[in-house]
Design a protein around this ligand. Structure first.
Ligand code: UD1
Ligand code: CA
Length: 460
């Protein structure tokens, strides 16, 4: 039975923020959410979050996650003290097979493959403790892994407690470790705080394990960056870049062309078909699916969007909660809002906003329009400056434009209203009643010319 304890009580003073550190974002989601993702992939019996600073805010953020239990650590007397608070929530411990894995809420990039290797290492010998370690060129600040003459781990010494000789050790404790639950409870009970920081160090259980004859084994992460923690905005920004670089590489490996992998930001999941092209400065959020041959121009934002094969999205377009068919042309400067469904071969041009509306095959709105709450048939042409007046200040109403209609420029469609099949609306029409199919409807005043009119001249 696997327990996972995530330490998230620290203050994060160097973030200089009112928001608890673990709620600060990485790729658009709190750091702690990333850690939870890696934790859940291991299918644990329990996930215990140790909260302290900003505890209420953290709890509220995850109140719908019924698989989490929260324990409060107040005050924060060290990592060992933090895990002690979680003990009443730990499942199992009656059999030697039960294991507790300790993670940090501010080490967000740790991957489930690395954690699985750590757990496998722990399980490789009965009663073993497994520690995730890395060798760093600069180990400043980290706990050092002290090994004996035969090379096995003896203990961990914190930077502030280390001798000059120990400070020269480059193998460091990442803080992530897997321990048999029953032994963990015993060792935690014996922790003391007689050290340079006056804290209860979780790392002291390593020497206790050795004293008890338990094997202490090291495992290495797939990537060193998985073990990096965030204590400042600078480190947060560094981890963001690492994360985005790995996401960009994943897209490249899947066959996507990125104009510049260092100017690609994914804050969710992006699934691409073959021969997709993505220009610089795009942001992808939520769930985005791009079919074969889709091209996205520079500086577009796509959030929860599905786009069909061969469609081109030109520069500076903003698509949110929309689906677009195949061989469509969107943008530049198009805005598709939630509920927009565009069929194949549709065109939406510059400064066109569409909300909660559908366009059937081949329909176009190429310039400067607002289409809201409308059902648009096939092969409809919506002229420049067309506005659906869908809101009377209280209620929203629908506009229906049937197949092959032609909407002249600068037209207002005062909903609810229907434009019949093949109807034409003259430019400048304010449509307040349905327009019959196949006929020209217009509401503008007849043009007139005043004979003999002369421009006024300046008074002498
Ligand atoms: C800890 C390790 C050190 C390791 C380093 C890796 C100990 C004693 N030392 O040191 O060996 O090299 O991490 O980054 O474990 N936390 C709590 N409650 C507390 C104290 C800490 O929840 O009372 C949380 C923090 O929010 C943080 C994590 O535990 O997420 C680590 O705490 P931190 O103070 O950064 O530990 P270090 O001193 O860096
Ligand atoms: Ca730290």
């Amino acid at each position: 039975m696997l327990n996972i304890v995530i330490l998230a009580a620290g203050m994060g003073k160097r973030m200089k923020s009112d928001l608890p550190k673990v709620l600060h974002g990485l790729a658009g989601r709190p750091m702690l959410t990333h850690v939870l993702g890696a934790a859940r992939a291991l299918d644990p019996a329990r996930i215990v979050l140790v909260v302290g600073h900003g505890a209420e805010t953290v709890k509220r953020h995850y109140e719908r996650d019924t698989d989490l239990s929260f324990v409060l650590q107040q005050p924060q007397l060290g990592t060992g003290h933090a895990v002690q608070q979680a003990v009443p929530e730990l499942a199992g411990g009656e059999t030697g097979d039960d294991v507790t894995l300790v993670l940090y809420g501010d080490v967000p990039l740790v991957g489930s493959a690395t954690l699985r290797r750590l757990l496998d290492t722990q399980a490789s010998q009965p009663g073993a403790v497994a520690v995730l370690t890395v060798e760093l060129a600069d180990a400043t600040g980290y706990g050092r892994i002290v090994r004996n003459a035969s090379g096995s781990i003896d203990r961990v010494v914190e930077h502030k407690d280390a001798s000059a000789e120990e400070l020269a050790i480059r193998e460091v404790n990442t803080g992530i470790l897997a321990v048999p639950t029953a032994a963990l409870k015993r060792w935690l009970g014996a922790l003391k705080n007689d050290n340079a920081q006056g804290e209860y160090y979780l790392t002291d259980i390593i020497a206790m394990a050795v004293a008890d004859g338990a094997p202490v084994l090291a495992a290495a992460p797939d990537h060193e960056w998985e073990t990096l923690g965030v204590n400042s905005r600078v480190q947060q920004a560094e981890l963001e870049r690492i994360y985005q670089r790995t996401q960009a590489e994943r897209q490249l490996e899947a066959g996507v062309t990125l104009a510049d992998p260092s100017r690609f930001d994914l804050r969710g999941t992006l699934t691409c078909g073959r021969d997709v092209f993505i220009d610089v400065g795009c942001v992808f959020e939520g769930t985005v699916e791009l079919a074969d041959g889709v091209a996205v121009g520079p500086h577009c934002v796509l959030r929860d969007v599905r786009i069909g094969a061969g469609t081109r999205v030109a520069a500076f377009s903003h698509l949110d909660g929309a689906s677009v068919g195949a061989d469509a042309r969107i943008g530049p400067y198009a805005r598709l809002r939630p509920g927009t469904e565009l069929a194949d071969q549709t065109h939406v041009g510059n400064f066109v906003e569409i909300k909660n509306s559908s366009f059937d095959t081949g329909s176009k709105a190429n310039h400067l329009s607002y289409v809201g709450d409308a059902t648009v048939g096939a092969r409809v042409n919506i002229g420049a400056g067309t506005i659906t007046c869908n809101y009377d200040g209280v209620n929203k109403a629908r506009t229906v434009i049937e197949d092959d209609a032609f909407i002249g420029s600068d037209t207002q469609l005062v909903a609810p209203v229907t434009v019949g099949k093949g109807a034409t609306l003259g430019a400048g029409t304010t449509l307040t009643k349905d327009a019959p199919a196949g006929q020209l409807t217009l509401s503008r005043t007849r043009q007139s010319t005043v004979p003999g009119w002369q421009r006024p001249t300046k008074n002498k």
